[in-house]
Design a protein around this ligand. Structure first.
Ligand SMILES: O=C(O)CCC(=O)C(=O)O
Ligand SMILES: [Fe+2]
Length: 348
């Protein structure tokens, strides 16, 4: 999450809320290959599928924090355009890029969502595909900042993936090679904001429980509201825990694709967004997510080698590409034929 300056603009996260104590992993210590840090990373990816990535104390991290702040500024500028202007940029399925207003998706309890989002395709920003869309000027004039954010966020995630290769004892660069920046993928930058709450309705689910489909997600937020369901817990209100945003850190989570590739060694956890706790509910909540997907043509087949369990007799080899599988899975979830739930990992 961005620097202290951004945190000082909003009321503090209240001290009486149920929070998870996620491992805080230092990017700099990872880059220096410190065994303890790498072990902490692997444990967090198995147990929670979530960790805080501390970007301070590293030049690469500091650059990404600056880029993330630019993305926050862009989110704020988009939000001030207002719904009336933005609605002419509404996404058109099956293309889910561009603006999503409030209320178009059902949340866990059947109520409508309470979050606005503007999604930007990595391929469009980087020019990997010829598909270009109509955007408001604030987006058109921010293409350079978007490109910088994507490039820097991607290289930070590659550092994390390289350490996961070694923990999984598979060939170096295996995970990185499945999603190079210059090849078409469904990676997106998602800018999100939900309005200040006027009635203190803390039970509202703004963005329903889900797992991220891709490889990994790097998320920046300042106000609370993001919650995760701990392993082995029933999906009832009392069991959800807040992830408390911390200055200088990003929240990183494992996506479903990594669970598939590793035969369930790593965990993707169910998470959601609710109204920010305490007085934070009274201000607009923004967040910036970089959702990385592998290249479209990558196979979803379980990786072979190291500590990845081989298929058991009777288990079928996955033959679909990342693209085909993600499309199938999103459709199943949209039709209600598949319930989003945490997958893989261990409970200890
Ligand atoms: O806004 C947030 O804190 C979480 C967003 C999220 O989970 C997503 O975009 O997939
Ligand atoms: Fe998510």
């Amino acid at each position: 999450m961005p620097t202290q300056e951004y945190f000082d603009r909003i009321p503090p996260f209240p001290s009486d809320q149920p929070v998870v104590s996620l491992s805080k992993i230092s990017l700099e210590r990872l880059k220096n290959n410190m065994t303890e840090e790498v072990e902490k990373l692997f444990e967090a990816c198995q147990k929670w599928g979530f960790f805080l990535l501390d970007l301070t104390g590293s030049e690469q991290g500091a650059t990404l924090l600056q880029d993330a702040e630019e993305m926050f500024d862009l989110t704020i500028r988009l939000s001030t355009l207002g719904h009336e202007t933005l609605k002419s940029y509404t996404y058109k399925p099956p293309d889910f890029m561009r603006y999503k207003g409030i209320g178009s998706i059902k949340t866990d309890n059947g109520d409508a969502d309470h979050i606005r989002a503007y999604s930007l395709s990595q391929d469009e920003v980087l020019g990997n595909s010829s598909h270009s869309r109509l955007h408001p000027d604030v987006v058109n004039t921010s293409k350079e900042q978007l490109r910088r954010f994507i490039e820097h966020a991607h290289s930070v995630l590659d550092e994390v993936l390289a350490k996961l290769d070694s923990c999984l004892e598979i060939e170096p660069h295996t995970l990185e090679a499945l999603g190079p920046l210059n090849q078409e993928s469904d990676s997106i930058v998602r800018l999100l904001w939900s309005p200040a709450q006027t009635d203190a309705n803390y039970d509202r689910i703004s963005f329903g429980g889900h797992t991220d489909l891709g490889t990994m997600t790097l998320l920046f937020n300042i106000a609370g509201g993001l919650q995760v369901l701990p392993a082995g817990c029933e999906n009832i209100k009392e069991k959800w825990r807040y992830i408390k945003p911390e200055p200088g850190c990003a929240v990183v989570n494992v996506g479903d694709t990594l669970v598939e590739w590793t035969g369930g060694v790593l965990r993707s956890s169910l998470h959601r967004v609710v109204t920010a706790p305490g007085d934070q509910a009274k201000v607009q909540r923004e967040s910036v997510a970089y959702l990385v997907r592998a290249k479209r043509t990558a196979s979803l087949q379980r990786l072979k080698g190291g500590i990845i369990p081989p298929l058991l007799p009777g288990e079928k080899e996955e033959t679909r590409t990342v693209d085909e599988w993600s499309e199938w899975r999103s459709r199943q979830i949209a039709l209600g034929q598949l319930k989003p739930e945490s997958r893989g990992g261990c409970n200890e």
